[in-house]
Design a protein around this ligand. Structure first.
Ligand code: C2E
Ligand code: CA
Ligand code: CA
Ligand code: CA
Length: 278
Protein backbone atom coordinates (compact mmCIF):
# COMPACT_ATOMS: atom_id res chain seq x y z
CA UNK A 1 0.00 0.00 0.00
CA UNK A 2 2.88 2.29 0.87
CA UNK A 3 4.52 1.59 -2.44
CA UNK A 4 1.29 2.31 -4.22
CA UNK A 5 0.97 5.57 -2.35
CA UNK A 6 4.44 6.61 -3.33
CA UNK A 7 3.77 5.78 -6.94
CA UNK A 8 0.66 7.83 -6.86
CA UNK A 9 2.50 10.70 -5.31
CA UNK A 10 5.19 10.42 -7.89
CA UNK A 11 2.67 10.36 -10.68
CA UNK A 12 0.92 13.33 -9.12
CA UNK A 13 4.13 15.33 -8.90
CA UNK A 14 5.07 14.47 -12.44
CA UNK A 15 1.71 15.69 -13.65
CA UNK A 16 2.15 18.74 -11.48
CA UNK A 17 5.62 19.46 -12.84
CA UNK A 18 4.36 19.00 -16.31
CA UNK A 19 1.56 21.45 -15.69
CA UNK A 20 3.88 23.96 -14.07
CA UNK A 21 6.37 23.55 -16.86
CA UNK A 22 3.63 24.09 -19.41
CA UNK A 23 2.47 27.22 -17.64
CA UNK A 24 5.95 28.67 -17.49
CA UNK A 25 6.51 27.79 -21.11
CA UNK A 26 3.22 29.31 -22.14
CA UNK A 27 3.97 32.50 -20.27
CA UNK A 28 7.26 33.02 -22.08
CA UNK A 29 5.92 31.83 -25.37
CA UNK A 30 2.96 34.15 -25.13
CA UNK A 31 5.40 37.02 -24.86
CA UNK A 32 7.09 35.80 -28.02
CA UNK A 33 3.78 35.17 -29.77
CA UNK A 34 2.71 38.74 -29.06
CA UNK A 35 6.01 40.06 -30.40
CA UNK A 36 5.90 37.86 -33.47
CA UNK A 37 2.22 38.39 -34.20
CA UNK A 38 1.42 34.68 -33.92
CA UNK A 39 -2.00 35.47 -32.48
CA UNK A 40 -5.06 35.79 -34.64
CA UNK A 41 -8.64 36.83 -34.21
CA UNK A 42 -11.29 34.45 -35.48
CA UNK A 43 -14.90 35.48 -35.89
CA UNK A 44 -18.07 33.54 -35.23
CA UNK A 45 -21.25 34.85 -36.88
CA UNK A 46 -24.33 35.73 -34.81
CA UNK A 47 -27.67 34.75 -36.38
CA UNK A 48 -31.05 36.44 -35.96
CA UNK A 49 -34.53 34.88 -35.92
CA UNK A 50 -34.75 34.98 -39.72
CA UNK A 51 -31.51 33.05 -40.00
CA UNK A 52 -29.44 35.97 -41.24
CA UNK A 53 -26.03 37.01 -39.98
CA UNK A 54 -26.49 40.07 -37.79
CA UNK A 55 -23.09 40.41 -36.17
CA UNK A 56 -20.13 38.36 -34.97
CA UNK A 57 -17.92 37.64 -31.98
CA UNK A 58 -14.15 37.98 -32.05
CA UNK A 59 -12.30 35.01 -30.50
CA UNK A 60 -8.56 34.82 -29.95
CA UNK A 61 -6.54 32.05 -31.55
CA UNK A 62 -2.96 31.04 -31.00
CA UNK A 63 -1.30 28.51 -33.26
CA UNK A 64 1.96 27.52 -31.58
CA UNK A 65 4.70 25.98 -33.74
CA UNK A 66 5.30 23.04 -31.34
CA UNK A 67 2.20 22.89 -29.19
CA UNK A 68 -0.37 23.33 -31.96
CA UNK A 69 -3.54 25.23 -31.12
CA UNK A 70 -3.46 26.53 -27.57
CA UNK A 71 -6.93 26.95 -26.10
CA UNK A 72 -7.81 30.55 -25.25
CA UNK A 73 -9.15 29.34 -21.90
CA UNK A 74 -5.59 28.20 -21.07
CA UNK A 75 -3.57 31.14 -22.27
CA UNK A 76 -6.03 33.81 -21.19
CA UNK A 77 -5.93 32.44 -17.64
CA UNK A 78 -2.15 32.65 -17.73
CA UNK A 79 -2.18 36.12 -19.27
CA UNK A 80 -4.50 37.23 -16.47
CA UNK A 81 -2.12 35.88 -13.84
CA UNK A 82 0.92 37.55 -15.38
CA UNK A 83 -0.81 40.80 -16.29
CA UNK A 84 -0.05 40.21 -19.98
CA UNK A 85 -3.81 40.33 -20.56
CA UNK A 86 -3.76 44.12 -20.57
CA UNK A 87 -1.49 44.31 -23.59
CA UNK A 88 -3.14 41.29 -25.19
CA UNK A 89 -6.61 42.73 -24.63
CA UNK A 90 -5.60 46.05 -26.11
CA UNK A 91 -4.31 44.25 -29.19
CA UNK A 92 -7.59 42.29 -29.50
CA UNK A 93 -9.61 45.51 -29.37
CA UNK A 94 -7.37 47.19 -31.88
CA UNK A 95 -7.44 44.22 -34.28
CA UNK A 96 -11.24 43.78 -33.97
CA UNK A 97 -11.82 47.49 -34.59
CA UNK A 98 -9.59 47.41 -37.66
CA UNK A 99 -11.38 44.37 -39.07
CA UNK A 100 -14.74 45.98 -38.29
CA UNK A 101 -13.70 49.16 -40.07
CA UNK A 102 -12.62 47.08 -43.05
CA UNK A 103 -16.10 45.51 -43.20
CA UNK A 104 -17.75 48.91 -42.92
CA UNK A 105 -15.66 50.31 -45.76
CA UNK A 106 -16.35 47.35 -48.01
CA UNK A 107 -20.07 47.58 -47.16
CA UNK A 108 -20.12 44.04 -45.75
CA UNK A 109 -20.69 44.91 -42.11
CA UNK A 110 -23.65 42.84 -40.88
CA UNK A 111 -23.91 44.32 -37.37
CA UNK A 112 -21.85 44.76 -34.27
CA UNK A 113 -18.56 43.02 -33.62
CA UNK A 114 -18.48 41.68 -30.06
CA UNK A 115 -15.19 41.62 -28.15
CA UNK A 116 -14.58 39.70 -24.91
CA UNK A 117 -13.10 41.68 -22.02
CA UNK A 118 -11.13 40.45 -19.07
CA UNK A 119 -11.91 42.02 -15.66
CA UNK A 120 -8.36 43.35 -15.54
CA UNK A 121 -9.03 45.41 -18.64
CA UNK A 122 -12.51 46.53 -17.64
CA UNK A 123 -11.47 47.87 -14.22
CA UNK A 124 -8.36 49.76 -15.33
CA UNK A 125 -8.73 53.47 -14.72
CA UNK A 126 -7.58 54.27 -18.25
CA UNK A 127 -9.86 51.70 -19.92
CA UNK A 128 -12.39 54.14 -21.37
CA UNK A 129 -9.74 56.59 -22.53
CA UNK A 130 -7.81 53.75 -24.13
CA UNK A 131 -10.89 52.44 -25.88
CA UNK A 132 -11.75 55.92 -27.13
CA UNK A 133 -8.29 56.35 -28.59
CA UNK A 134 -8.41 52.98 -30.37
CA UNK A 135 -11.74 53.93 -31.98
CA UNK A 136 -10.37 57.29 -32.97
CA UNK A 137 -7.14 55.90 -34.37
CA UNK A 138 -8.99 53.29 -36.41
CA UNK A 139 -11.78 55.67 -37.39
CA UNK A 140 -14.48 53.21 -36.35
CA UNK A 141 -17.90 54.46 -35.28
CA UNK A 142 -18.51 53.17 -31.72
CA UNK A 143 -21.94 51.84 -32.61
CA UNK A 144 -20.32 48.91 -34.42
CA UNK A 145 -18.82 47.65 -31.20
CA UNK A 146 -20.21 45.42 -28.46
CA UNK A 147 -18.30 44.32 -25.35
CA UNK A 148 -18.84 41.03 -23.51
CA UNK A 149 -18.32 40.70 -19.77
CA UNK A 150 -19.07 37.77 -17.51
CA UNK A 151 -21.30 37.99 -14.47
CA UNK A 152 -18.20 37.40 -12.37
CA UNK A 153 -16.48 40.43 -13.87
CA UNK A 154 -19.48 42.69 -13.34
CA UNK A 155 -20.00 41.53 -9.77
CA UNK A 156 -16.46 42.25 -8.62
CA UNK A 157 -17.36 45.88 -8.10
CA UNK A 158 -20.98 46.63 -8.90
CA UNK A 159 -20.82 50.35 -8.45
CA UNK A 160 -17.82 50.81 -10.67
CA UNK A 161 -19.30 48.40 -13.24
CA UNK A 162 -22.48 50.40 -13.47
CA UNK A 163 -20.53 53.62 -14.01
CA UNK A 164 -18.42 52.10 -16.77
CA UNK A 165 -21.43 50.44 -18.44
CA UNK A 166 -23.21 53.79 -18.47
CA UNK A 167 -20.21 55.51 -20.02
CA UNK A 168 -20.02 52.82 -22.68
CA UNK A 169 -23.73 53.25 -23.44
CA UNK A 170 -23.17 56.99 -23.80
CA UNK A 171 -20.42 56.29 -26.30
CA UNK A 172 -22.85 54.10 -28.29
CA UNK A 173 -21.21 50.80 -27.34
CA UNK A 174 -23.56 47.97 -26.32
CA UNK A 175 -22.68 45.39 -23.68
CA UNK A 176 -23.56 41.75 -23.10
CA UNK A 177 -23.36 39.49 -20.06
CA UNK A 178 -21.45 36.43 -21.21
CA UNK A 179 -21.98 32.86 -19.94
CA UNK A 180 -25.24 33.98 -18.36
CA UNK A 181 -26.67 31.56 -15.81
CA UNK A 182 -23.32 30.12 -14.80
CA UNK A 183 -22.66 32.73 -12.17
CA UNK A 184 -25.16 33.43 -9.46
CA UNK A 185 -25.98 37.10 -9.68
CA UNK A 186 -29.10 38.08 -7.80
CA UNK A 187 -32.00 39.21 -9.91
CA UNK A 188 -32.13 42.48 -8.03
CA UNK A 189 -28.58 43.14 -9.08
CA UNK A 190 -29.22 42.16 -12.69
CA UNK A 191 -32.06 44.62 -12.85
CA UNK A 192 -29.71 47.45 -11.98
CA UNK A 193 -27.09 46.62 -14.61
CA UNK A 194 -27.32 48.83 -17.69
CA UNK A 195 -26.49 46.11 -20.25
CA UNK A 196 -28.05 45.41 -23.65
CA UNK A 197 -27.95 41.66 -23.90
CA UNK A 198 -27.52 38.40 -22.05
CA UNK A 199 -25.76 35.43 -23.60
CA UNK A 200 -27.35 32.23 -22.38
CA UNK A 201 -24.51 29.90 -21.48
CA UNK A 202 -23.99 26.97 -23.83
CA UNK A 203 -24.27 24.39 -21.05
CA UNK A 204 -28.00 25.18 -20.77
CA UNK A 205 -28.44 25.13 -24.53
CA UNK A 206 -26.83 21.68 -24.65
CA UNK A 207 -29.25 20.44 -22.00
CA UNK A 208 -32.20 20.88 -24.33
CA UNK A 209 -33.73 17.48 -25.05
CA UNK A 210 -34.03 16.35 -28.61
CA UNK A 211 -37.53 16.90 -29.90
CA UNK A 212 -39.03 17.51 -26.48
CA UNK A 213 -38.59 21.15 -25.61
CA UNK A 214 -38.22 20.95 -21.91
CA UNK A 215 -35.43 23.31 -21.04
CA UNK A 216 -36.33 24.99 -17.78
CA UNK A 217 -33.28 27.22 -17.48
CA UNK A 218 -33.38 28.36 -21.11
CA UNK A 219 -37.03 29.18 -20.76
CA UNK A 220 -36.52 31.11 -17.50
CA UNK A 221 -33.64 33.13 -18.91
CA UNK A 222 -35.63 34.05 -22.03
CA UNK A 223 -38.64 35.10 -19.93
CA UNK A 224 -36.34 37.04 -17.60
CA UNK A 225 -34.74 38.78 -20.56
CA UNK A 226 -38.13 39.80 -21.87
CA UNK A 227 -39.22 41.17 -18.47
CA UNK A 228 -36.02 43.18 -18.08
CA UNK A 229 -35.98 44.24 -21.75
CA UNK A 230 -32.67 42.55 -22.36
CA UNK A 231 -32.07 40.77 -25.63
CA UNK A 232 -31.26 37.07 -25.21
CA UNK A 233 -28.64 35.36 -27.37
CA UNK A 234 -28.18 31.60 -27.08
CA UNK A 235 -24.59 30.43 -27.51
CA UNK A 236 -23.32 26.99 -28.46
CA UNK A 237 -26.32 26.04 -30.62
CA UNK A 238 -25.25 22.77 -32.21
CA UNK A 239 -28.44 21.03 -33.29
CA UNK A 240 -31.59 21.83 -35.18
CA UNK A 241 -33.61 20.63 -32.13
CA UNK A 242 -31.87 23.16 -29.87
CA UNK A 243 -32.40 25.94 -32.40
CA UNK A 244 -36.09 25.18 -32.92
CA UNK A 245 -36.75 24.92 -29.21
CA UNK A 246 -35.01 28.25 -28.52
CA UNK A 247 -36.75 29.92 -31.43
CA UNK A 248 -40.08 28.66 -30.07
CA UNK A 249 -39.25 30.12 -26.67
CA UNK A 250 -38.67 33.52 -28.31
CA UNK A 251 -34.90 33.66 -28.16
CA UNK A 252 -33.72 36.49 -30.39
CA UNK A 253 -30.19 35.64 -31.41
CA UNK A 254 -28.09 32.55 -31.88
CA UNK A 255 -24.49 31.50 -32.17
CA UNK A 256 -23.10 28.02 -32.62
CA UNK A 257 -21.63 25.29 -34.79
CA UNK A 258 -25.06 24.66 -36.35
CA UNK A 259 -24.64 27.96 -38.19
CA UNK A 260 -20.91 28.56 -38.32
CA UNK A 261 -17.71 27.85 -36.44
CA UNK A 262 -15.32 30.65 -35.57
CA UNK A 263 -13.32 31.43 -38.73
CA UNK A 264 -10.45 33.62 -39.89
CA UNK A 265 -11.34 37.16 -40.95
CA UNK A 266 -10.78 36.34 -44.62
CA UNK A 267 -13.31 33.49 -44.41
CA UNK A 268 -15.82 35.78 -42.70
CA UNK A 269 -15.43 38.32 -45.50
CA UNK A 270 -16.00 35.60 -48.06
CA UNK A 271 -19.09 34.34 -46.22
CA UNK A 272 -20.51 37.87 -46.04
CA UNK A 273 -19.78 38.45 -49.69
CA UNK A 274 -20.99 35.16 -51.18
CA UNK A 275 -23.63 34.15 -48.65
CA UNK A 276 -23.75 30.69 -47.05
CA UNK A 277 -23.24 27.46 -48.94
CA UNK A 278 -20.75 28.75 -51.48
P1 C2E B 1 -16.82 32.54 -24.72
O1 C2E B 1 -16.68 34.01 -24.78
O2 C2E B 1 -17.97 31.99 -23.95
O3 C2E B 1 -16.83 32.06 -26.22
C1 C2E B 1 -17.63 31.02 -26.74
C2 C2E B 1 -16.83 29.75 -26.89
O4 C2E B 1 -17.71 28.74 -27.37
C3 C2E B 1 -15.72 29.87 -27.93
O5 C2E B 1 -14.65 29.04 -27.47
C4 C2E B 1 -16.37 29.27 -29.17
O6 C2E B 1 -15.43 28.77 -30.11
C5 C2E B 1 -17.19 28.17 -28.55
N1 C2E B 1 -18.34 27.77 -29.36
C6 C2E B 1 -18.99 28.47 -30.31
N2 C2E B 1 -20.02 27.76 -30.82
C7 C2E B 1 -20.02 26.58 -30.16
C8 C2E B 1 -20.86 25.40 -30.25
O7 C2E B 1 -21.80 25.31 -31.02
N3 C2E B 1 -20.55 24.39 -29.38
C9 C2E B 1 -19.52 24.44 -28.52
N4 C2E B 1 -19.29 23.40 -27.72
N5 C2E B 1 -18.71 25.53 -28.41
C10 C2E B 1 -18.97 26.58 -29.23
P2 C2E B 1 -13.13 29.56 -27.58
O8 C2E B 1 -12.95 30.31 -28.84
O9 C2E B 1 -12.29 28.36 -27.30
O10 C2E B 1 -12.99 30.59 -26.40
C11 C2E B 1 -13.08 30.16 -25.07
C12 C2E B 1 -13.16 31.33 -24.13
O11 C2E B 1 -11.94 32.08 -24.13
C13 C2E B 1 -14.24 32.34 -24.51
O12 C2E B 1 -15.50 31.86 -24.09
C14 C2E B 1 -13.76 33.56 -23.74
O13 C2E B 1 -14.15 33.47 -22.40
C15 C2E B 1 -12.26 33.41 -23.84
N6 C2E B 1 -11.77 34.30 -24.92
C16 C2E B 1 -11.65 34.05 -26.24
N7 C2E B 1 -11.15 35.14 -26.89
C17 C2E B 1 -10.97 36.09 -25.95
C18 C2E B 1 -10.48 37.45 -25.97
O14 C2E B 1 -10.15 38.04 -27.02
N8 C2E B 1 -10.41 38.11 -24.77
C19 C2E B 1 -10.81 37.52 -23.60
N9 C2E B 1 -10.70 38.23 -22.45
N10 C2E B 1 -11.28 36.27 -23.54
C20 C2E B 1 -11.37 35.56 -24.70
CA1 CA C 1 -17.99 35.62 -25.29
CA1 CA D 1 -19.97 32.59 -23.51
CA1 CA E 1 -16.41 31.41 -21.19
Amino acid sequence: AKQKGRNQYQRFSEVFDEKLHRRLTLRNELRIAMDQHDLQLYYQPVINQSGHICGCEALLRWLHADLGWVSPEDFITIAEQTGQIVELGRWVLWRACNDAQCLVQSRLMPGRVAVNLSPLQFYRSDFLADLGSVLEEVGLDAHWLELELTEGTLMRDTRSSIDTLNSLAEMGITTAIDDFGKGCSSLDYLQRLPVTRIKLDKSFVHAIDHGDCNAAVCKSVIVLGRELELEVLAEGVETRAQYECLLGLGCEKFQGYLFARPMPFSALCKLLQDGPGK
